[in-house]
Write a protein that binds this ligand. Structure first.
Ligand code: PLP
Length: 309
């Protein structure tokens, strides 16, 4: 796989008028239609390693709407691996046909040839426990294990390729944070005078340690914790209307779990004068748009407004 770069798109918003701020989005979501955004970056060197090790099967973990599972299933098909997804939620396995009918993410993965094993939430917490992994080897044969969310040293290395030399002009690099692997890659490849701001999409006290584990000695980064909207995949009307309005103004779709929360945070911080005048901000669009369908099914059931993208 060659080294690729995505474009930086100017963001023109009425909320930014008069702020003197330059805001651009790095459209990593456009890298590939199905191996979206940062998942492309995170898989790249893992696939290379899996091939070197002679593995025929990739195995990984995820929730029922996971962007990572979706991307991995397609990447496995494209590069000639079998794929196994260990999915949180035992109940989803009782009637697979029904599950696939209702869940667009798992349906897509299934159509790409991924096999599933559905496990309880308790088991899921211990999923990387050695005994469980051994049992998986008995069940599925030898495999290359890609951790949940795809974060390991090779994934971070892939994410170090997101920034290009031209991106040195930005004062701030912003990114949504799940496990922190993508942010770690950005930190490693950032310039000393740049600040890397991570917007966690969940309440995660573990994130600082996780990011330190994957970064070289640097202190030009911080986590902005006020924009998780109550936790992972939690959403409210405010966030939905922000995403819809942002799309209306820019034609850039944001996902509700990660990039929507990050952009909401950036705009809010601009309005609260967090950034000094004439700052140049680069926000990384990490993709995740496949998750909109599943989220809209959920919103419909709750009688909440839908994401109109
Ligand atoms: C997975 C994902 C993230 C989180 O990436 P980490 O490296 O786990 O922090 C951010 N944005 C999107 C759209 C994602 O799918």
């Amino acid at each position: 796989m060659d080294r690729v770069a995505s474009r930086n798109q100017d963001i023109v918003l009425r909320e930014l008028k008069g702020s003197g701020i330059t805001l651009r989005m790095k459209r990593e979501d456009e890298l590939h239609p199905f191996i979206s955004g940062n998942k492309f970056r995170k898989l790249k060197y893992n696939l290379v390693r899996a091939r070197e090790e002679g593995a025929l099967t990739l195995l990984s973990f995820g929730g029922a709407y996971s962007n990572h599972i979706s991307a991995l299933s397609y990447a496995a098909k494209k590069y000639g691996f079998r794929a196994v997804g260990i999915i949180r939620g035992e109940e989803l396995g009782t009637d697979l046909e029904e599950t696939l009918r209702k869940n667009p993410t798992l349906r897509f993965a299934f159509e790409n040839g991924m096999r599933f094993k559905f496990i309880s939430r308790a088991q899921y917490r211990d999923k990387e426990d050695q005994h469980f992994v051994e049992a998986l080897k008995e069940e599925f044969g030898h495999f290359y294990l890609v951790p949940e969310g795809g974060t390991n040293a090779l994934a971070v290395r892939g994410c170090e390729e997101i920034l290009t030399p031209g991106d040195a002009q930005y004062d701030f690099i912003c990114v949504a944070v799940g496990t922190g692997g993508t942010m770690a890659g950005l930190i490693n490849s950032s310039k000393e005078q740049q600040q890397v701001l991570g917007f966690p999409s969940l309440k995660g006290d573990f994130l600082t340690a996780e990011i330190r584990k994957h970064t070289i000695q640097k202190d030009n980064w911080s986590l902005i914790n006020g924009y998780h909207f109550g936790g992972y995949a939690k959403i409210n009307k405010n966030l939905i209307s922000f995403i819809n309005d942002f799309y209306h103004q820019t034609t850039i779709p944001l996902d509700p779990v990660y990039t929507g929360k990050m952009m909401f945070g950036i705009i809010d911080m601009i309005q609260k004068n967090y950034f000094r005048k004439n700052s140049k901000i680069l926000a990384v669009h990490t993709g995740g748009l496949q998750g909109i369908k599943g989220m809209n099914d959920f919103l419909m059931k709750k009688n909440l407004p839908l994401i109109n993208i």
